[in-house]
Ligand binder design. Structure first.
Ligand SMILES: C[S@@+](CC[C@H](N)C(=O)[O-])C[C@H]1O[C@@H](n2cnc3c(N)ncnc32)[C@H](O)[C@@H]1O
Length: 468
C-alpha cells in the first residue's frame, strides 16, 4: 500500500463496549483549567487515554468509557475527534514512534509526565489527519504547559513537532508502514503461519478504518438500502461507519445489531437450530446469542462476567429476543441436561480484531497466547461433555493464531469424543477463500472491495464437531 502525505479525515469511532474501571489518570492539572480553547479538551482526552493504554496497559475501551475519565465531559464532536486521534495513534503507532525518534537524540526523561503521549497525539494529527499543522503544534504546546512535569519540555515539543511538519512527506515516503505498525512477534508468527505475502496483506488491512457491519433480523437488502450500505455474500449488511450508531434507522426498533461479518459466521455453522436446546458458552455481549434466538433456538447464554451478561440482557431486550442467561464459569458449570448444540466462543488473544481494536497489538504478549490456548483446551473439553450424542459443537475464536484455532482441533480430535464436520463454502456465502481445510478461517484482508472502507473481515477461526 502506498503512503500519502496525509491519510484522510478524522472520523468518529464506533461506540465502545467495555465497562469502565477506576483509575483513569488524567493529565495533571488539566481539570483545574477553567475553560479550554477549542480542540484542547479532545487532545487532552486523547493524551490521557493513550497514556492509559501505552503506559498503564489498559484496554482502550475501558480508558475511554471510564466514568471519571476525561471523555466523560466531552461533547459528541470532541469525543469523535478524540476517538479518531486515538485510533490513528494506535493504528499507526510504529510509524509515529519512528518519525518522532528521528528528532529525539535520547529517550525522553522519565519525569516528564504525559510528554510522550502529547508528542504522539500531535504527531498522529500532523502525519495522518486533516488538522492544520499550526493547530496540532500549538495545542500540544498548550497541553504540555498545563502539566507541571511536561511544562519544562514545551520548547522541545514545539521544536520537534515543527521539524516533523517540515519533513513529513519525506519521512512518510521512506517508511515501510506495514512493517513498522506491526509488532515483531506478531509479524513473525503470521509469516510462519500464513507466509510473507498474506502477512503483508493482513498488516495492510489493519491500517484501514473498519466498516460498520450489522446483523439484521430479516430483509438484509431492504436494510442495506435504507442505511446506504451493501449486503455481503455472507448476509451481513455493511456500511461506512459514521455518526452515533443508536441514531441509525432500525436501532431503536431492534431490527439489527452491530456484529462484524466474520463474527456472524460461527453461529451459522450450527445449521438449522429452530426448536433446539442450544448453549451459547462465553456469550457476552450476545451477538451470537441474538443470531441463535432469531433462528428459533432455545438459547442458554453463559458468561462468567456478570456485568457483560447484563449487556446480553439489554441487547436482547432491545431486539425483542429471549434467552436464558446464566452467570457461570464454563470450566465449572454443571448444567442439568445435555444440549442439542453448543457454540463455544472462547476467550482469546483477539488478534483477529486489531482492525477494530488497535490497542490489542499493543497490549498482548506472546505468553498470553500460551495461557489462553490452555484455557481454550479446557473449555472445549467441558463443552464436549455438555453435548448430546449426535449433537453439534462449534468452537471459535477471534484470533489469527493457530494455537487458538487449528492446533486446538488436532488436540480435541485426539482427546475428546468428537469428530470433524467440515465446513463447506456454501454455508458461508460461497466465499471459498474463507473456508480453509474444512475450517472457517477469515483474515482481515478477506472480502476486498473497491471502496477500502467497505473491505475486510475480522480474523476468525471456527471448527464444527459432532459427538458420535
Ligand atoms: C469473545 S467474547 C464472546 C463474544 C460473544 N460470544 C458474542 O458473540 O457477542 C468472550 C467472552 O468469554 C467470557 N469468558 C471468559 N472466560 C470465561 C469462562 N471461563 N466462562 C464463561 N465465560 C467466560 C468473557 O467474559 C467474554 O464475555
Amino acid at each position: 500500500m502506498s503512503q500519502k502525505s496525509k491519510s484522510g479525515k478524522p472520523s468518529a469511532g464506533k461506540s465502545s463496549t467495555g465497562k469502565p474501571s477506576a483509575g483513569n489518570r488524567p493529565a495533571r492539572n488539566a481539570s483545574r483549567k477553567p475553560r479550554l480553547a477549542p480542540g484542547v479538551a479532545a487532545r487532552l482526552a486523547a493524551t490521557t487515554a493513550l497514556m492509559a493504554v501505552l503506559a498503564d496497559h489498559r484496554a482502550l475501551d475501558s480508558a475511554i468509557d471510564a466514568t471519571d475519565g476525561p471523555f466523560e465531559t466531552l461533547d459528541p464532536r470532541e469525543r469523535g475527534l478524540a476517538r479518531a486521534i486515538l485510533g490513528i495513534s494506535l493504528r499507526r503507532r510504529g510509524q509515529i514512534e519512528d518519525a518522532l525518534g528521528r528528532f529525539l537524540d535520547k529517550a525522553l526523561p522519565r519525569k516528564s509526565g504525559p510528554l510522550p503521549a502529547i508528542l504522539h497525539v500531535a504527531a498522529a494529527q500532523i502525519l495522518f489527519m486533516d488538522v492544520p499543522d499550526h493547530a496540532a503544534v500549538s495545542i500540544a504546546v498548550d497541553t504540555a504547559e498545563a502539566d507541571r512535569d511536561a511544562r519544562h519540555f514545551k520548547g522541545l515539543v514545539n521544536a520537534v513537532l515543527r521539524r516533523l511538519t517540515e519533513q513529513r512527506d519525506a519521512i512518510l515516503a521512506a517508511q515501510d508502514e506495514v512493517r513498522l505498525n506491526t509488532p515483531d512477534w506478531l509479524y513473525e508468527r503470521w509469516v510462519m503461519d500464513y507466509g510473507a505475502a498474506t502477512t503483508t496483506a493482513i498488516a495492510a488491512a489493519h491500517l484501514l478504518e473498519p466498516s460498520l457491519d450489522l446483523s439484521v433480523k430479516s430483509d438484509p437488502a431492504g436494510w442495506a438500502e435504507k442505511l446506504g450500505g451493501i449486503v455481503l455474500p455472507t448476509g451481513s449488511v455493511r456500511l461506512i461507519a459514521h455518526g452515533p450508531i443508536d441514531a441509525l434507522p432500525g436501532f431503536g426498533e431492534g431490527e439489527w445489531w452491530v456484529q462484524d461479518a466474520a463474527a456472524a459466521l460461527p453461529a451459522k455453522l450450527l445449521g438449522k437450530v429452530d426448536g433446539l436446546d442450544v448453549a451459547d458458552l462465553c456469550a457476552a455481549p450476545g451477538g451470537k446469542t441474538a443470531q441463535l434466538a432469531v433462528a428459533g433456538a432455545r438459547v442458554t447464554a453463559v458468561d462468567v462476567n456478570e456485568a457483560r451478561l447484563l449487556r446480553v440482557r439489554e441487547n436482547l431486550g432491545r431486539l425483542g429476543l429471549e434467552a436464558e442467561t446464566v452467570a457461570a464459569d464454563v470450566a465449572s458449570w454443571q448444567p442439568d441436561r445435555l444440549f442439542d448444540a453448543i457454540l463455544l466462543d472462547a476467550p482469546c488473544s483477539a488478534t483477529g480484531t486489531i482492525r477494530r481494536h488497535p490497542d490489542v497489538a499493543v497490549l498482548k504478549r506472546p505468553s498470553d497466547i500460551d495461557t489462553l490456548a490452555a484455557l481454550q483446551a479446557s473449555l472445549l473439553a467441558r463443552a464436549a461433555a455438555m453435548l448430546k450424542p449426535g449433537g453439534t459443537l462449534v468452537y471459535c475464536t477471534c484470533s489469527l493464531e493457530r494455537a487458538e484455532g487449528e492446533d486446538q482441533v488436532a488436540q480435541a480430535l485426539a482427546s475428546l469424543p468428537l469428530v470433524l464436520e467440515p465446513v463447506r463454502p456454501e454455508e458461508v456465502g460461497g466465499v471459498d477463500a474463507i473456508c480453509r481445510d474444512g475450517f472457517l478461517r477469515t483474515l482481515p484482508s478477506d472480502l476486498p472491495h473497491a471502496e477500502p472502507r467497505l473491505s475486510g473481515l475480522d480474523g476468525f477461526f471456527a471448527v464444527r464437531f459432532r459427538r458420535p
